[in-house]
Design a binder for this molecule. Structure first.
Ligand code: FMN
Length: 240
């Protein structure tokens, strides 16, 4: 039997935290958390992301004004993960190269770098007894958030992480069965049955709290045209 060690146990008991106590995060804790984040894998070690550490109530409120999620306002610290080719531009210029940051591949590189770093940050914070939630909906107001944070050309906001000491811990949410997302050797397309089975699992988990089914919430995301805020902002920042 595989040893469910401390690390795996921490990962498996992850649950997003959106309600925090008044307690601050110690500076030395935050530094360790961020350094653990930096230790994540990164494309060619280019580290194409930045993190804006938002601690002041003024800046939290400025972000909250555009994306009113309580977790942002009440977090001890709000970290904004930024896809970042601004340093890359300087490196290319330094070598008198022709900087060409526009395109999907650049976005995939910067987004995956920031995402794996963010996951490391969240796990490190959880290991110290803090909790948090990623907030991707800040992209609904990409231009406004970029302005609040003074983001320069070749950068864009990707997601935030609200961190703090948990005031309430939710139950661990169910996931799809492993065999519905991990396939042996080749892709196996799944049937609608898998989806409706998971709707039931989710309904049972949510009890009376959830009105929409899991699959209906997917329609809310992919059954409608995508938001244009990110695309417009990426064009403005010369990345598309
Ligand atoms: C990239 C990303 C963006 C997210 N954005 C939000 C968000 O804007 N607001 C929110 O409340 N939760 C957000 N979440 C948290 C998810 O809703 C949550 O992880 C998911 O429902 C699973 O729940 P769990 O983390 O408690 O297991 C985000 C998660 C990820 C990975």
């Amino acid at each position: 039997m595989t040893d469910i060690n401390e690390t795996i146990n921490l990962m498996m008991k992850h649950t997003s935290v959106r309600n925090f106590t008044e307690e601050k995060i110690k500076d030395e804790d935050l530094e360790v958390i961020l350094k653990a984040g930096q230790a994540a894998s990164t494309w060619k070690n280019f580290q194409s992301y930045s993190i804006i550490i938002v601690k002041s109530q003024e800046q939290k409120d400025a972000i909250y004004q555009y994306q009113p999620q309580k977790s942002i306002k009440n977090a001890a610290v709000y970290l904004v993960f930024v896809g970042d080719l601004n340093r890359a531009e300087k490196a290319v210029k330094m070598h008198e190269g022709d900087f060409q940051p526009k395109g999907i591949e650049s976005l995939l590189i910067t987004a995956t770098d920031a995402a794996v770093t963010g996951q490391n940050v969240l796990l490190a914070a959880e290991s110290l007894g803090y909790g948090g939630v990623m907030v991707g909906l800040i992209r609904d107001q990409s231009a406004e958030i970029s302005k609040v944070l003074d983001l320069p050309d070749y950068t864009y906001p990707l997601f935030g992480i609200a961190l703090g000491r948990p005031a309430r811990i939710n139950k661990v949410k169910p996931r799809l069965p492993l065999e519905a997302i991990a396939f042996k050797e080749k892709y196996i397309e799944q049937t609608e049955q898998v989806i409706s089975d998971f709707d039931e699992v989710q309904d049972e988990f949510a009890g009376s709290r959830r009105l929409n089914k899991w699959s209906e919430r997917i329609v809310g995301q992919w059954g409608v045209p995508e938001i244009t805020s990110s695309t417009e902002n990426l064009k403005d920042k010369k990345l598309l």
